[in-house]
Design a protein around this ligand. Structure first.
Ligand SMILES: [Zn+2]
Length: 134
């Protein structure tokens, strides 16, 4: 005959085992309820951010296409999951930034800022040259 203590240990063990099984099953069911519908998120590749929460795509586990309207020309465009994966994981874009310009306006914007950077640096160079002349 087993002692009460022995039986209690056996019961606790059995309960723990069953709870673990239930947990695994619930996880699998949850995954089935939320099928992967886009490129998977690799959290290790994301740029570090000091936010307490996680962006929606991290919680979801995959990227979904995001429709948006260009802030410059108003054209409706889609920021695809693949583009998002590249932006966050390869280009290390900040986790809370999203696409705001269409492809054409983005190219124009990039040229504008490159031009102003060139003018700015040329100005600094001219200033330096003037100072060294004195
Ligand atoms: Zn545009």
């Amino acid at each position: 005959m087993k002692s009460g203590k022995q039986r209690r240990i056996e019961i606790t063990m059995r309960r723990k085992k069953l709870a673990a099984k239930r947990h695994v099953k619930a996880r699998a069911q949850e995954r089935q309820l939320r099928p992967v519908l886009g490129p998977p998120v690799n959290e290790a590749l994301l740029a570090p951010n000091n936010s307490y929460g996680a962006p929606d795509f991290v919680r979801r586990g995959f990227y979904v296409d995001r429709p948006f309207r260009c802030i410059d020309c108003g054209k409706a465009e889609v920021w695809t999951g693949t583009q998002q994966k590249w932006w966050y994981e390869v280009a290390k874009g900040f986790a809370y930034t999203t696409a705001v310009r269409c492809r054409l306006c983005r190219t124009k914007q990039r040229e504008r800022s490159a031009e102003s950077r060139r003018i700015h640096l040329a100005g600094l160079e001219r200033k330096k040259r003037l100072r060294t002349k004195d």
